[in-house]
Design a protein. Structure first.
Length: 383
């Protein structure tokens, strides 16, 4: 079965082509979201498809048109490899969902049915590489999306697999000094195989793990990632405790401050006293993510957080002190990070989200479920 066969039943839906770039950008960048009093929107820097190429090894974007052919809705499916129960399998990540208020009723009806059909038949669709597992991430504050996707009468299940908190590091208290518990250094080219082994071994502990093929794909396709990007946190005996690769995707996607209360803009100027970003309407927020953040399996949560502290100490002066920049890392929800001794010196803003497994109710009995997994491989930088 192919998606093209399904599309024949829905004349107002079609697959996106490079020539659609501007129409897609107009729709994609018209949607804003609220976060901590800020009105934010994503921008794709003039090329919608560029970031998709970094998200996965294959992608499909579908457009919903009104009768006159104008674009009023869209969504993307990104195909990548993951490790499930020791096997490398294709997975699909559902993203970029946008629906304009101007979408006609018939277009809306076709879109809902098409969306359901793709999920119901993903395991048979050639374009989706017959993937069994589909996922999507939704910010907890995005109540409209939550209501739309989690209706009880929907033929699809959106089951929470991991509740996460994305921490944005925006400042550091004056009196704070660097931690001397661990040290951080760059990984050498000669250690690249060890990096890959460390990441793969950490993924073996996860319900949904990172495959070696995906690591190598990222090294090749992420513009800000290369063999010399990785940092390792070590103890006094040079034992590897944790790895990360600080990456910024601002060449292909970034957040823009669309609007903000005057009081918040004033406070952000004060944040410069703490080395934090000063927010300016209409300008990008340049975020550097701690990607590939993995730990030695024998570390407890306190030790892992001290590793994060060491990474932040190493990067803060190089990143956050620059105008409108911040560092970001992800942690399972439920842990109060701002009060932890390792991170109390940093000024952080938290955004909660949930990573969902998506599947049709009709196939619920035949699929592996990833319900409430704390140990899950998920890069919020790619969400």
């Amino acid at each position: 079965m192919t998606v093209q066969e399904i599309l024949k039943r829905y004349p107002q839906i079609r697959q996106a082509q490079p020539k659609d770039n501007q129409s897609i950008l107009d729709l994609y960048e018209s949607v804003t979201m609220n976060s901590g009093g800020l009105v934010l929107k994503y921008t794709r820097k003039g090329d919608f498809f560029r970031f998709l190429k970094e998200q996965g090894r294959n992608y499909l974007t579908y457009l919903v048109c009104n009768e006159d052919g104008s674009v009023h809705g869209m969504a993307s499916y990104v195909i990548t490899d993951a490790v499930v129960e020791g096997k490398v399998v294709p997975t699909a990540y559902m993203c970029d969902a946008r629906v304009a208020k101007t979408m006609e009723a018939e277009s809306r009806r076709q879109w809902r049915q098409f969306y359901v059909e793709t999920v119901e038949n993903s395991h048979e669709l050639e374009e989706f590489e017959k993937c069994e597992y589909m996922f999507s991430a939704i910010l907890d504050a995005n109540k409209i999306a939550l209501r739309a996707f989690t209706k009880k009468d929907s033929p699809l299940e959106f089951v929470p697999t991991q509740n996460y908190q994305a921490q944005q590091v925006i400042g550091k208290k004056w009196f704070a000094s660097r931690s001397d518990k661990y040290s951080v250094r760059k990984v050498s080219l000669e250690e690249l195989d060890r990096v890959k082994s460390f990441l793969v071994r950490a993924s073996e502990e996860r319900a949904l793990g990172l495959s070696l093929a995906e690591i190598e794909r990222r090294l090749e396709s992420w513009e800000d990632l290369n063999e010399e990007s990785f940092l390792v946190c070590v103890d006094s005996s040079d034992r590897w405790l944790a790895l990360t690769a600080p990456v910024s995707f601002t060449h292909s996607r970034s957040l823009v401050v669309d609007d903000a209360p005057k009081s918040l803009l004033f406070l952000s100027k004060a944040a410069r006293l703490f080395g934090g970003p000063s927010l300016v309407k209409g300008k990008d927020i340049k975020t550097t993510y701690l990607t590939h953040l993995e730990f030695n399996a024998d570390l407890d949560e306190d030790e892992r957080l001290w590793c994060v502290r060491s990474f932040l100490d190493h990067l803060f002066d190089k990143v956050v002190t620059q105008e409108q920049n911040m560092l970001s890392f992800v942690w399972p929800k439920g842990v109060r990070l701002s009060g932890h001794p390792s991170l109390s010196c940093y000024i952080m803003q938290k955004t909660n989200g949930t990573y969902y497994q998506v599947y049709p109710k009709s196939r619920a009995g035949t699929l592996k479920k990833f319900e409430r997994e704390k140990n899950f491989s998920f890069e919020v930088a790619l969400a």
